[in-house]
Ligand binder design. Structure first.
Ligand SMILES: Nc1nc2c(ncn2[C@@H]2O[C@H](COP(=O)(O)OP(=O)(O)OP(=O)(O)O)[C@@H](O)[C@H]2O)c(=O)[nH]1
Ligand SMILES: [Mg+2]
Length: 600
């Protein structure tokens, strides 16, 4: 059978998954309303977290499609999985044009020698600018050093959400679109066929590019077969570039079809398969037959983590109220399991009680923590820190390329704040749509900045960042510390007390929330730490008040979510994470202990 392998890549939210779903629906693989974003967290957040394989059959050809995550924290995952495909569909939102992650994923694709197809998507948006976006995309290809062939990319215009497309720009402008056949036909025409008997007859050569985990089957390897045939129950040879070489027996063999994994007896050159039964399988390994060894496929490098935090047992006074898994041993086992599949993650399990977890960004770590709390874990985490390392004798830290889109009047505030955070402006352009500014800024400087950015730009700014590289450490960064409002009492928060406190800052809690001594319940507008008593009720006096102060108007609380907490917490604070709550607290709950510690 003819075979094509493509990946769908884009900036976050430009419509990759919607289009993948639509392609699956049009080819009869799924019903409308079913989505590739099948994980609970993905559904809830409306973002893709894990790269996923699927396939469709179109005109007697199998097209393997890989839907990738757009968020920058998962960029290393995209880079890795791109190794398994022969072309990419680069989707660009016609209203937003190319964005930072567009540049990142396109750069990776061009470096791998892939010839992308461009899909200008969301052309139904009122602000869609087909000509402007096209020009910007061409410029981006050019700036990234695309070859003549790569520059000659085909473009399809689409409304992925409505399963509509056309290859004709004039028709696109007149809203005269058909179904998604133009995209599928382009794939058949533009992407090389990698199936067929000739390749299948050669000796087996496959490479693992992703991992998955199943409670019954254990670690699973997802691989691309470059040549030959792989069979269920076959004993294969596994080799890597570090000189590791071992054999293993395939216990189960699957291919991807729609949202399903289909068990098969054998799979042929060109296809993407998942195998069970080899516990030591890992990214980059080449799989070959035991009697006819083939060459190793080029190594796949895995990006180094950029930030870390510590995880440990929740020891707050409310510990154990909602979780099922509370102990160090349980946390440790869960982390060990995570290491089986979470390729970009590193965990230092050396300490019995405090585990250091290293990841590719705040969201990468937040997703792990969020998954754990959903499974019933309770834990405490420390403030995220960037990873500092020596490179050629120079103390270095991670930098991001941050791209900011703001209405012009806010650009001054943004430039000033990022300047203080040691950001260096690379580029600034003002158009009708607003001001676009690009900075290189230490990851450390960006931490906790997002909340401020939203406030400074009245919610109208867009801030996206992509890991840039490790660069010379910039020394101290002035961070606007949030002065915490710390509860001095344990009990139920009362509306009366909160009514008074809200005049002195921003509160994280509602009335009737149970709080404990040492919990951080808000931040003060003055930026100083404050001991407060949110449980204090109104003094009862004989004289009845005149009635005017009866109705307390409370501002809705600024709730502490996992990501907000990670961004706002101080170095002497922990984030308490349980299935039903995320609380910010002082590491030392008693003021006297904090003072003692301070004096040391
Ligand atoms: N107006 C319009 N909206 C669209 C179109 N296609 C997708 N969307 C919307 O864009 C949003 C993001 O779509 P997704 O398909 O989840 O985007 P994605 O690129 O997969 O996002 P990540 O995987 O998180 O990077 C959703 O709200 C879609 O409904 C389109 O053609 N037109
Ligand atoms: Mg998606």
């Amino acid at each position: 059978m003819e075979m094509r392998n493509i990946a769908i890549i884009a900036h976050v939210d430009h419509g990759k998954t919607t289009l993948t779903d639509a392609l699956l629906e049009q080819t009869g693989m799924i019903e409308r309303g079913v989505s590739m974003d099948s994980n609970d967290l993905e559904k809830e957040r409306g973002i893709t977290i894990y790269a996923k394989n699927t396939s469709v059959i179109y005109k007697d050809t199998k097209i393997n499609i890989l839907d990738t995550p757009g968020h920058a924290d998962f960029g290393s995952e995209v880079e890795r999985v791109l190794r398994s495909v022969d072309s990419v569909c680069l989707i660009v939102d016609a209203a937003e044009g190319p964005m930072p992650q567009t540049k990142f994923v396109l750069k990776k694709s061009l470096e791998l020698g892939l010839k992308p197809m461009v899909i200008l998507n969301k052309i139904d948006k009122p602000a869609a600018d087909i000509d402007g976006s096209e020009e910007a995309i061409y410029e981006l290809f050019f700036d990234l050093g695309a070859s003549e062939e790569q520059l000659d990319f085909p473009t399809i215009y689409a409304i992925g959400r409505d399963s509509q497309a056309t290859a004709d720009k004039e028709k696109a402008k007149n809203n005269d679109l058909t179904d998604l056949a133009p995209i599928l036909d382009l794939v058949l025409e533009h992407v090389p066929n990698v199936g067929g008997d000739e390749r299948a007859q050669k000796d087996l050569q496959a490479q693992v590019f992703n991992l998955a985990y199943d409670n019954f089957l254990g670690r699973l390897g997802i691989m691309r077969i470059y040549q030959g045939v792989i069979k269920n129950s076959q004993t294969v040879m596994i080799k890597d570039h570090e000189g590791k070489s071992f054999t293993g027996k395939i216990a189960k063999l699957f291919t991807f079809k729609g949202l399903q994994k289909v068990e098969v007896d054998e799979a042929h050159a060109g296809d993407i398969v998942m195998i069970a039964g080899i516990p030591d399988i890992f990214i980059g390994q080449t799989i070959m037959s035991t009697d006819a060894e083939t060459d190793l496929m080029p190594a796949i490098t895995i990006d180094e983590p950029t930030i870390s935090l510590s995880m440990f047992v929740n020891d707050s006074p409310f510990a154990g109220k909602s979780g099922k898994f509370l102990t160090s041993r349980q946390i440790r086992e869960r982390l060990e399991k995570e290491l089986e599949v979470n390729v970009g993650l590193r965990i230092d399990l050396g300490d019995q009680a405090r585990f250091k977890v290293y990841g590719r960004g705040e969201l990468h770590l937040a997703v792990l923590i969020e998954n754990m709390r959903r499974e019933g874990f309770e834990l405490a985490v420390s403030q995220p820190e960037v990873i500092v390392k020596e490179i050629d004798g120079v103390k270095s830290e991670p930098f991001e390329e941050a791209t900011i889109l703001v209405p012009e009047e806010f650009s001054g505030a943004v430039i000033e704040k990022l300047g203080k955070r040691k950001g260096v402006m690379q580029e600034m352009v003002t158009t009708d749509a607003g001001t676009k500014i690009v900075f290189h800024v230490p990851t450390r400087g960006l931490m906790g900045y997002r909340n401020e950015f939203t406030i400074d730009t009245k919610g109208e700014g867009i801030l996206t960042s992509v890991f840039y590289q490790f660069m010379k450490h910039v020394g101290e960064i002035e961070r606007s510390e949030f002065g915490s409002m710390i509860s001095m009492a344990t009990g139920k928060a009362l509306g009366f007390a909160l009514g008074n406190l809200q005049q002195r800052g921003v509160l994280y809690i509602d009335p009737n929330t149970e709080v404990y001594e040492g919990q951080v319940i808000g931040y003060s507008s003055k930026g100083e730490e404050m001991m407060v008593n949110p449980t204090k009720g109104k003094q009862l006096t004989n004289v009845r008040a005149s009635g005017t102060d009866e109705a307390i108007k409370l501002v809705p609380p600024y709730e502490i979510t996992l990501e907000r907490g990670l961004g706002m917490m101080g170095s002497d604070e922990y984030l308490e994470v349980t299935p039903d709550a995320v609380r910010l607290r002082k590491s030392f709950l008693k003021e006297s202990d904090r003072k003692k510690k301070g004096r040391k």
